[in-house]
Design a protein around this ligand. Structure first.
Ligand code: HEC
Ligand SMILES: [Cu+2]
Length: 326
């Protein structure tokens, strides 16, 4: 019997580990997700209550006293319990559900929303910030947002269907080829959470994650101004030479040097992001070296070609160059 308990404890621990608030539908950090969480609880508690009631009725109908059993089969019980009750409950839930759905929609009339576009790509996120003067700058695999302001995200895809989901802030919204869907939400307080692609989109789908960082409005404005700038000149950094001469620039943009590839993530400020490879590796010099030399093992099937061509010193130079792009 001991091992049964051990398995039980391990399973329970695994389940509890899922409660880490960073990516949990139970940790709502804004008004839109709070409404969804409340709906979840109402449905869960209501369904549990109804299930218990049905169990009790089954027991009564099998082993209960004769007059109770008789009452259960009367026409009145069938009409009230079997028809009126489900119709009333389900209609009320439907109306409530529509109101919850509309909650994000009402934000669309809000003034001064923050405009961000996110494009799903196999298997990473292209993120485009629209500045107040209409100018745009591109980043990837990380969302930065100010607290307290309505956020308006335009969701689209470059290839197959993906689904954009930050459980802490809003419900999931699909990214469908040929369409643009709009998502609205507000972040109540500063903090870092994660989001995930929630629609199977091929090989590396499970490794298509991203960080969302909510910052105070002043921190956000400062960050956005920095993000808008070109990469600092690296003063003929050896790693920059390796980057430019190895074909990286064919797929990656680094604003400020002759690198304007559009196929992969924009790397202009890659060193200041929290992760590499869409939430897969830590953003450190070692992380860059690991990505460049082993990305096919770290993230199987991702669409960057393998690069086994570098000597150790070239790899180190390239990694420290990328790490310096803050
Ligand atoms: C054929 C196009 C292509 C070439 C050439 C290429 N990459 Fe990539 N790179 C990609 C794609 C696509 C991704 C996204 C992979 C993913 O996460 O699924 C990527 C991801 C990356 C990332 C992670 C970025 C992030 O936002 O997390 C880094 C760093 C990177 N590449 C560096 C390089 C370097 C250095 C070179 C040259 C040695 C290079 N790449 C060459 C296409 C390319
Ligand atoms: Cu996916």
């Amino acid at each position: 019997m001991k091992w049964v308990w051990m398995i039980f404890c391990v399973m329970a621990l695994l389940i509890i580990a899922g409660c880490d608030g960073r990516q949990s539908a139970f940790t709502a950090l804004g008004p839109v997700s709070s409404r969804i969480t409340l709906l979840t609880w109402i449905m869960f508690i209501g369904a549990a209550f109804i299930t218990l009631l049905i169990c009790a009725l089954i027991v009564i109908s099998i082993a209960g006293p004769a007059d109770w059993r008789h009452k259960l089969t009367s026409e009145k019980s069938i009409v009230w319990g079997g028809m009126v009750f489900p119709v009333v409950t389900l209609t009320a839930l439907l109306i409530y559900g529509f109101l919850v759905l509309k909650a994000g929609g009402t934000l669309s009339q809000a003034e001064n929303p923050v405009h961000i576009s996110v494009i799903g790509e196999q298997w990473w996120w292209r993120v485009i910030y629209r500045h107040d003067d209409g100018h745009t700058t591109e980043s990837a695999n990380e969302l930065r947002i100010p607290t307290g302001r309505p956020i308006e995200i335009e969701l689209s895809t470059a290839d197959v269907i993906h689904s954009f989901w930050i459980p802490a802030y809003a419900g999931k919204v699909d990214m469908v080829p040929g369409r643009t869907n709009i998502l609205h939400f507000i972040a109540d307080k500063p903090g870092t959470v994660t989001g995930q692609c929630a629609e199977y989109c091929g090989g590396a789908h499970a490794l298509m994650s991203f960080y969302t960082v909510a910052m105070t409005p002043s921190d956000y404005d400062a960050w956005l101004a920095k993000e808008r700038m070109d990469a600092k000149p690296a003063l003929a950094h050896e790693g920059e030479q390796v980057f430019l001469s190895s074909g990286c620039a064919g797929c990656h943009t680094v604003r400020g040097i002759p690198a304007d590839g559009k196929i992969g993530p924009n790397l202009t400020h890659v060193g200041s992001r929290l992760s590499l490879g869409a939430g897969i590796l830590p953003n450190t010099k070692e992380g860059f070296a690991k990505w460049i030399s082993q990305h096919k093992t770290v993230k199987p099937e991702n669409l960057m070609p393998p690069f086994d061509i570098f000597s150790e010193s070239e790899l180190q130079a390239l990694s420290s160059y990328l790490d310096s792009l803050e």
